[in-house]
Design a protein around this ligand. Structure first.
Ligand code: 13P
Length: 251
């Protein structure tokens, strides 16, 4: 089963308008002629609209880094799915470990975000991943299973077509410490089997599972060569057009 690769850049809390537009334009240039894989950029909310203009004539997908489930109302500090669409975005990262750890987002809250975004036709990139402590205690698979089952609770077989999973071991994020290709493949294969148990084989075969955590030019090729790794969710190395360009153009 060959799945179309998705190479995603999560800019986190970086980039003002000028910097972000320049980076988006540079990334777009490195993607010219790239037709066999998808590219996605997730800038901060404040520059989505400007970046969307830069990406207007490209096939690069524009994403936010989170999303609320309601269209409007008393949700101070939140951004709705239709606001994202209005700003030119069609995708949202949900459940990033920084949201879980720094801002206390629970699986239940994340599930509400997932279902809300899907109901508005937003492509959801659902992040899951174990901490170092959980890995060392041998709990990696049970943590992943709980995050996926709770995160996707109530998501239908039709809706799952609009979900991408991103396996991001917390200990590998921003640490320079990448999971080995074997560790990543093992987790991805586990996740695909889990999706088969929850849905069906056909869906498990099609769902894209990205790896995230210190992906860089030097390790992207071996990660992408793994049978169950369908793309990358890149933080630090996506802030530089040359390094992200190299990642997009993995061999
Ligand atoms: P780094 O690539 O900086 O480790 O970040 C990964 C990440 O959290 C992407 O969402």
């Amino acid at each position: 089963m060959s799945r179309r690769a998705l190479m995603a850049g999560n800019w986190k809390m970086h980039m003002n308008v000028v910097e972000g537009c320049r980076l988006a334009a540079d990334v777009a240039r490195t993607c010219e002629g790239v037709t066999d894989r998808d590219v996605l950029l997730a800038p901060p909310y404040t520059i989505l609209s400007e970046v969307s203009h830069v990406l207007a004539n490209t096939s690069i997908i524009l994403s936010s880094q989170n999303v609320c489930w309601e269209e409007k109302g008393a949700f101070t500090g939140e951004i709705s799915p239709t606001m994202l669409q209005d700003a030119g975005a069609s995708a949202a990262i949900v459940g990033h470990s920084e949201r879980r750890q720094i801002f206390g987002e629970s699986d239940e809250l994340i599930n509400t975000r997932v279902k809300g975004a899907l109901s508005f036709g937003i492509l959801v990139i659902l992040c899951i991943g174990e901490t170092l402590d959980e890995r060392e205690k041998g709990r990696t698979f049970s943590v992943l299973e709980e995050q996926v089952r709770k995160g996707l609770d109530g998501v239908t077989a039709a809706q799952i077509e609009h979900v991408v999973l991103a396996y991001e071991p917390v200990w590998a994020i921003g640490t320079g410490k990448t999971a080995s290709k074997e560790q990543a493949q093992e987790a991805h294969a586990f996740l695909r089997e889990l999706i088969e148990k929850m849905y069906e084989k056909n869906i498990a075969d099609r769902i894209r599972i990205l790896y995230g955590g210190s992906v860089k030019a030097a390790n992207v090729d071996e990660l992408m060569a793994q049978p169950d790794i369908d793309g990358a969710l890149v933080g630090g190395a996506a802030l530089d057009a040359e390094s992200f360009g190299r990642i997009i153009n993995f061999k």
